[in-house]
Design a protein around this ligand. Structure first.
Ligand SMILES: [Zn+2]
Length: 87
């Protein structure tokens, strides 16, 4: 009985072909950098989802992705224009 059962592959063997990490390694192509629109937070992170809303990992407020992207670009431009300013 037990030898008959052992012929079948365990389910874990199927899973091992596709590691979960794959998505993360592929990285920058899919994700987009966004910036929290909450003024007191303004945390920057990379968003991998495709939804209109994302939750900030820092302050946990829900921000609109399109807005958060614009927010980041706006701040980057502001930073570039102040290139000579160093902290
Ligand atoms: Zn935030």
């Amino acid at each position: 009985m037990s030898s008959y059962k052992s012929k079948r592959l365990p389910r874990s063997a199927r899973r091992s072909r596709k590691p979960l990490q794959e998505n993360w390694i592929r990285g920058p192509g899919r994700g987009s950098m966004i910036k929290c629109t909450y003024m007191k937070c303004s945390y920057e992170w990379e968003y991998f989802g495709r939804r209109k809303w994302a939750q900030c990992p820092a302050c946990h407020s829900v921000v609109r992705v399109a807005l958060a992207k614009k927010n980041l670009v706006y701040h980057q431009r502001a930073m570039n224009s102040n290139e000579f300013k160093n902290e």
